[in-house]
Design a protein around this ligand. Structure first.
Ligand SMILES: [Zn+2]
Length: 300
């Protein structure tokens, strides 16, 4: 599944190849690809035909092409989606879902998606920020990301800190892998109550989240050649640089203790039992869940 750094790589590539070009037509080859465009495929095609792409933007793992009409083509890659910039003469593969041709006769933009979990829609008036994703918070790559505000919000959460990191309304685009890696760097167990973190510790944790994602963008950004923008869902970064994720039983890179795996929201959490001890009862998120108390204002 493409993670945020790969989606950002795709955004940068698309910005280079499609901004300023006028879309001639959009051919929807599989209705599932535009299932979230409730007005249907013909309406989707009509909304983009003749429009010029003014910008390529991203919020968490959503991408959108801002159009000169003020609308946006909003897309999510899902599990296996790819945005390919290919010569219009290139053969259509079996998983081509939507094909955009351009008035200049240059390369197409092709949305290819084997498993069809991804998709596109036209967001009316969404060029600045599609309302469909307005609830998703900014991520650390966003120029307007505000660490102070995120730290303050994090410290108001009466959930485990990992759960808070994965909450897209708090901080966008942090997946399971980044959360585990950042928690390991910070020496925090994911079940630690977010509201129990001191301001410096919360800042340090957020710094580690940013650092992990920045390294992934620098090292693992999917390569693309001229005329070929691709997300393959795999990142070299994850093979080489992971400290805990997927490393159950292997030695901690800091202290040598075997990495543990624990169930977490139908998935797994990986951590070092020594570097990231389980929190004491009073600082554990589950303690709050089991014994709900009235919301308290957390001292700053
Ligand atoms: Zn360790």
């Amino acid at each position: 599944m493409p993670e945020l750094p790969e989606v950002e790589t795709v955004r940068q590539g698309l910005a280079r190849y499609v901004v300023g070009r006028q879309i001639q037509a959009a051919d929807v080859l599989h209705p599932r690809a535009v299932r979230r465009h409730v007005a249907g495929a013909a309406d989707f095609a009509a909304a983009v035909a003749g429009r010029t792409v003014t910008q390529v933007c991203r919020r968490a793992k959503y991408l959108w092409l801002a159009l000169d009409s003020g609308d946006a083509v909003l897309g999510h890659l899902g599990m296996s989606g790819q945005m390919l910039v290919q010569p219009s003469t290139a053969a259509a593969g079996p998983h081509l879902r939507v094909r955009f041709t351009f008035a200049d006769g240059g390369p197409d933009l092709r949305f290819v998606d084997q498993r069809t979990f991804g998709g596109m829609l036209v967001s009316r008036g969404g060029a600045q920020l599609p309302r469909e994703i307005a609830h998703i918070a900014r991520d650390p790559f966003d120029p307007l990301f505000d660490p102070e505000a995120v730290v303050a919000a994090l410290r108001r959460r009466r959930t485990g800190v990992k759960r808070a990191l994965l909450d897209q309304t708090l901080i966008g685009g942090v997946g399971n892998i980044y959360a585990d890696e950042a928690l390991w760097r910070a020496g925090l167990h994911g079940d630690r109550l977010a509201a129990s973190l001191s301001r410096p510790v919360a800042h340090r944790l957020l710094g580690h989240v940013t650092e992990v994602m920045t390294e992934a963008l620098a090292q693992g950004g999917t390569s693309f050649d001229a005329l070929y923008v691709n997300v393959n869902g795999e990142s070299g970064y994850f093979d080489r640089s992971l400290a805990v994720y997927g490393r159950e039983g292997q030695p901690c890179r800091r202290c040598g203790t075997p990495i543990r795996r624990e169930p977490f929201m139908n998935r797994s959490s990986y951590s070092c039992p020594r570097c990231q001890p389980r929190p004491r009862q009073t600082a554990r998120a589950s303690a709050v869940t089991q014994h709900p108390r009235p919301r308290q204002r957390v001292p700053e």
